[in-house]
Design a protein around this ligand. Sequence first.
Ligand SMILES: Cc1cc2nc3c(=O)[nH]c(=O)nc-3n(C[C@H](O)[C@H](O)[C@H](O)COP(=O)(O)OP(=O)(O)OC[C@H]3O[C@@H](n4cnc5c(N)ncnc54)[C@H](O)[C@@H]3O)c2cc1C
Ligand SMILES: Cc1cc2nc3c(=O)[nH]c(=O)nc-3n(C[C@H](O)[C@H](O)[C@H](O)COP(=O)(O)O)c2cc1C
Length: 751
Amino acid sequence: MKIVSVGGGPAGLYFAILMKKADSAHEITVLERNRADDTFGFGVVFSDATLDNFREADPESHAAITQAFAHWDDIDIHYQGQGLTSTGHGFSGMSRQTLLDILQRRAAALGVTLRFSTEVAEPAAWAGADLVVAADGVNSSVRLRYAAHFQPAIDWRRNRFVWLGTTCPFPAFTFIFKESEHGLWRVHAYRYDARDSTFIVETTEATWRRAGLDEASEDETAAFVEVLFARELDGHPVLKNRSLWRAFPTVRNTRWHHGNMVLLGDAAHTAHFSIGSGTKLAMEDAIALAGALGEHREVTRALAAYEAERRPQVEATQRAAQTSLEWFEQAERYHGRLEPAQFAFSLLTRSLRVTHENLRARDAKLVATVDRWFADKASQQSGRPVAAAPPPPPMFTPLRLRELVLANRVVVSPMCQYSAEDGTPNDWHLVHLGSRAVGGAGLVMTEMTDVTREGRISPGCTGMYKPEHVGAWKRVVDFVHGASGAAIGIQLAHAGRKGSTRRLWEGIDEPLPDGNWPLIAASPLPYFPHSQVPREMNRADMDDVRGAFARAASMAAQADFDLLELHFAHGYLLASFISPLTNRRKDAYGGALMNRLRFPLEVFDAVRAVWPAEKPISVRLSATDWKAGGLEPAEAVQTARELKAHGCDIIDVSAGNTVPDQEPEYGRLFQTPFSDRIRLEAGIPTMTVGAVASYSDVNSILAAGRADLCVLARAHLYDPYWTRHAAFEQGVDLPWPDQYVSVKTFTPRDR
Ligand SMILES: Cc1cc2nc3c(=O)[nH]c(=O)nc-3n(C[C@H](O)[C@H](O)[C@H](O)COP(=O)(O)OP(=O)(O)OC[C@H]3O[C@@H](n4cnc5c(N)ncnc54)[C@H](O)[C@@H]3O)c2cc1C
Ligand SMILES: Cc1cc2nc3c(=O)[nH]c(=O)nc-3n(C[C@H](O)[C@H](O)[C@H](O)COP(=O)(O)O)c2cc1C
């Protein structure tokens, strides 16, 4: 086969090597515009796992690579003048130039034709080739020429960075966070040979401009960096090599192949340098493409197989890189707000891929330090002692909200059961909530419980509007208090325009076939086009609804609930005021955020006034509508600030469900970043909810300060004893009810 690679970076060279190895009859030419010894940048980094892949693909180049690299296990973090070290990370760094030398030599020895100083400008360069490999990097000209087919999307990130080197041999992978009069600077530094280190400096565009670096030459940049980091560089000079300030482009392509042409490495995709995966991805692409061509003789089939194999792996890495780059973009949020141990934990788990458990396997000492710090804080905050040694995992530490002290950080999320008659909870609710309380969660929340009959979602929803509701709820509350260590909270709501609909299993949000009741909302907009049109609320309606919430709150206090949550989320009545998508009012209750918050805050105040002062109130918010023109996280932060000022104790951070045509981004812990932001920017405790599935997730979220409580919904439907099982697996002794003490002599086997 005749193969032309445009570009002789790691992707093009490694692919040429693997193909020539597979069949020496292949005629392979690599066209590279640079000279053989020209390179940009300094070092590249590989994880131990990546190196194993290289050994399998080509033992010869693997041997040369492993002889040339500097290996380290530690990550050093410089934060607020303190140094923190985490170990067990297993990475290798090497000079990019050395890597290219090794690959060039190996390719030449195998008989690949390498043409340096050859800029490819026209398709004539690959005329007659059976396969054209576009390995021409992040600014790929082949991709640009065939953009209509590849459909690239380039997301230019907002931070600025410059890739420098230094003769300072950093002993570990080093992150430096340093403030100057211009703002906060981040450094990613690692040694790549016996002497030298890569030194990438990153900051926000505003800080970069304030420091005048937007107009600085390479020499001026180097001089600035040498002065700013004189202490960390220990007097060593900064090295430059086409070290220009840039923004990072995340490259994605709808298609990676077209006819006999294929994108490889950075031409196809990029992943932010903070997870150090660019060269790894490029070389793993080469392995996959060579493998696919070995398997499928027909080129287009092989290219399709390559893309099918690689795309999901690359996209998973890109997702991790995205959360990592966002962490660095938002480092100002964490810097100064988090204490050193928590800052380090947040940094090390930033991609949400490394959990408390993974990190413990790498560095048990660091995790023990973080757990100790967390437990001591929790003990101080709650006034409750925690085990001295070993410290409990974060999920089994107490939290105080006013006079309520929760025994642990797991919450059973509100979940409608659609099983009540005219709002009255019954045996189903007793067993449902009672078994979850016995299951060990610190706090069990009732389902959305409506403050009027017309405020129900469905005829099966629970309510707090009739005198007999108090006794029916008190039966549940008394059971929870008597039989478990859990606290119990009630979620009060009004369904607004999403009312008068069927039970979940009969058609979620679908109007009732008959027996409908009239709806009210902020604006007369139906949920679905075929839904009932609600009446726009007038001032008298507002007074009624506010009164109903206050009455329900008094009834909840009589029923002895420990916590009250107001439902300001998911498009229900109060949420319909907050979201600009559902509030089109022209009066004092519509328009700017403060106007949209006016009525919900009135309701909050009325409830706070009657709810006992020693008991906490939480508010569930949708932090985004996931729809253009809808509520954005910055407004959710502002809303949380207002609520805090009005006496709210904790925000239960959810998202979406405002409009049916939302465009949510689901995934593991998909709502946790909103909680993290509200918690730190509004300075109020938060609960996070949404696809929290493992106890390690819970511990990670808490230890990193992304939330104060973790709320699990579906996990608790699957396993009412979720917290007990988590305790067992972590060696925590959670007291069983007397009736169940025999379980202590039982050993579960299948977990
Ligand atoms: C600041 C920074 C730090 C990074 N740190 C790391 C790290 O620590 N670890 C890591 O693994 N990755 C890192 N990367 C990413 C890494 O450099 C790339 O992901 C990797 O080099 C991709 O390999 P590639 O072969 O696809 O592209 P490249 O290495 O960019 O190679 C493309 C080649 O094509 C040539 N070329 C382009 N156009 C033409 C043309 N028209 N004609 C002929 N030749 C052409 C170029 O000269 C170049 O040699 C970093 C990137 C940046 C920006
Ligand atoms: C059956 C069911 C009923 C729900 N009812 C409510 C509710 O009454 N109030 C509420 O705020 N959220 C409700 N939700 C949303 C959950 O509380 C939670 O936010 C969501 O399921 C995401 O969490 P998870 O990924 O842990 O399931 C419900 C979810 C489910 C699955």
